[in-house]
Design a protein around this ligand. Structure first.
Ligand SMILES: Cc1cc2nc3c(=O)[nH]c(=O)nc-3n(C[C@H](O)[C@H](O)[C@H](O)COP(=O)(O)OP(=O)(O)OC[C@H]3O[C@@H](n4cnc5c(N)ncnc54)[C@H](O)[C@@H]3O)c2cc1C
Length: 484
């Protein structure tokens, strides 16, 4: 059941002003994590998201690596990675999000890269990360699919893979369960400051008076800061293109295979996903249009070639999809602080490791807000977990799930083994799927080799039923492409 605070469609209603302690702008992984953390306190919170679902931008199209190491020691980002990394198993258990600590292997293909690995080892160790140099023989034992040309490797056993879309949806759902108001399809268009130190956040559908505003608008954070008269924060999209390869290949992969980080690039990697597929990529190209998510043949050919240098068994024949997503790049790689000019505006952005820092970033944001005067005490009655939805593909005894719900007997997506029960759960979650793509994000239905050729009609039918649409008006994406 959708909690009363979740508003999926913008209502036509008089422009009355609603008051909250905190208004969060942006429903990506960082905005939803912040809303979830705040909702467990006495503070009232409203999240405003421009799109019709949470997790529609960077938080949808990333590699889903919950990193143990990303950059040098002594930075806030490193501190937040370190504060998040040990707790992924516990958090994902509570939020019903797939996560596996499978480890990562950085591979050197030349003596020059091997020297660079030593630099990375020292840097990671200085960050407090478990890390070990491997000789050429050890590399192939650790990951037999790695090229015999590897001259050395670096083992990072605390790298993990997570489903970033399920994580974002789960943060949003738990926030809603605990009373946060989640308003979708509400793009913030203006922010006005009042004499009493509060601000009015204005969308096309409403006015929200807030003691504090959290700017978690990703690539839109620059515009939000401008609206509020805040720091001249410059943001732009940095496109990353990926190839998805199916489990016929990915099933044999034991861990994440990274290329050697060079000073100017983190390069193309081979990353298993929690769905059983693997991602090859990403590239990094600065662009101007945040909605440009096109892939191009030349770049995809390069991604395949560079991935095959690391793992020669990767072949185009395994490719089932290409996609692109845009990192929220900015004049600073991450920004988590109170604005320099506007004392009730807090920026929460991260270009490249937003998933990996999200739990600790949420706590850090609460700390910032409290230090700035937010009155927020822990609520003893707050829920800390979401109900677990058993998954046909991963259940130890899938044939017994029909005893839980007969709909487990109706397999809708044959490639990914997704049942009607799981789709129904996604369509009735606290922040539910309202489109075919929303179902896909929450269940993986349509992610497999056939890419929905076989299951689209079934997903479409169930989505239409749940959203009160017909087959010609059911939403394919939240942007409103209709029809199945
Ligand atoms: C190719 C690629 C690979 C990556 N790999 C990893 C990885 O492996 N591990 C990792 O930790 N991180 C990774 N990242 C980075 C990670 O995805 C980002 O750091 C993270 O998703 C940022 O989250 P966010 O919530 O700040 O931004 P977003 O997810 O972009 O969310 C911002 C939200 O704000 C909304 N918004 C914008 N303007 C407004 C407005 N005016 N009003 C209302 N709403 C607004 C947008 O609609 C959007 O939903 C990767 C990113 C990319 C693109």
């Amino acid at each position: 059941m959708t909690p009363p605070g979740v508003v999926l469609e913008t209502e036509v209603r008089p422009m009355t002003t609603t008051r909250y302690d905190v208004v969060v702008v942006g429903g990506g992984v960082l905005g939803t994590a912040v809303a979830e953390r705040l909702a467990r306190t006495s503070a009232s919170v409203c999240l405003l998201e421009a799109e019709g679902d949470v997790g529609e931008h960077a938080s949808k199209g990333n590699a889903g690596v919950a990193v143990s190491y990303y950059g040098g020691p002594g930075t806030l980002e490193t501190d937040l990675i370190n504060a998040s990394n040990p707790f992924w198993e516990e958090l994902c258990e509570r939020l019903d999000v797939p996560y596996r600590r499978i480890g990562g292997l950085m591979v050197a293909l030349s003596e020059r890269e091997a020297e660079r690995l030593e630099h990375t080892r020292a840097e990671a160790a200085a960050c407090g990360v478990r890390v070990r140099i491997l000789g050429a023989g050890e590399v192939r034992v650790a990951e037999p699919l790695v090229t015999p040309d590897a001259v050395a490797g670096l083992s990072l056993p605390d790298e993990g893979i997570i489903d970033p879309m399920r994580l974002t949806a789960a943060f949003a759902s738990l926030a809603a369960v605990n009373g946060a108001v989640i308003r979708l399809r509400e793009r913030v268009e203006a922010i006005e400051h009042e004499d009493d130190g509060t601000s009015t956040v204005i969308t096309g559908a409403g006015r929200y008076r807030a003691r504090f505003v959290v700017n978690a608008a990703g690539v839109g954070a620059g515009a939000v800061s401008r609206m509020a008269g805040g720091e001249p924060l410059v943001t732009w999209p940095r496109k990353g293109q990926y190839v998805v390869v199916d489990r016929a290949f990915a099933g044999a992969l034991r861990q994440i295979v990274f290329c050697t980080h060079l000073p100017d690039t983190k390069g193309i990697n081979v990353v298993p996903t929690t769905h059983g597929s693997a991602l090859l990529g990403p590239t990094a190209t600065d662009i101007t249009d945040p909605d440009d998510r096109a892939t191009d043949a030349e770049t995809i050919a390069r991604v395949l070639a560079e991935a095959a240098r690391l793992v020669p068994a990767v072949a185009e024949a395994y490719a089932i999809k290409t996609f692109a997503a845009n990192r929220p790049a900015g004049d600073e790689p991450y920004r988590l602080r109170v604005d320099a000019h506007v004392p009730n505006l807090v920026h929460v952005t991260d270009r490249s490791a937003g998933v990996s820092i999200s739990p600790a970033a949420a706590q850090y944001t609460l700390d910032l807000l409290q230090a700035a005067g937010l009155d927020a005490v822990e609520r003893p009655d707050a829920q800390t977990a979401l109900p677990r939805v058993p998954r046909l593909r991963t259940a130890p005894e899938p044939e017994r799930l029909t005893e839980v719900d007969p709909l487990y007997g109706q397999v809708v997506c044959a490639c990914e083994h997704v049942s009607a029960a799981e789709i129904e759960a996604a369509l009735s979650a606290p922040v539910p799927a309202t489109s075919i793509d929303g179902v896909r994000k929450r269940t993986g239905a349509g992610y497999g080799r056939c890419q929905g050729s076989l299951c689209l009609a079934g997903i479409s039918f169930l989505t239409a039923m749940a959203t009160g649409c017909g087959p010609d008006t059911v939403r394919h994406t939240v942007r409103g492409t209709v029809g199945s």
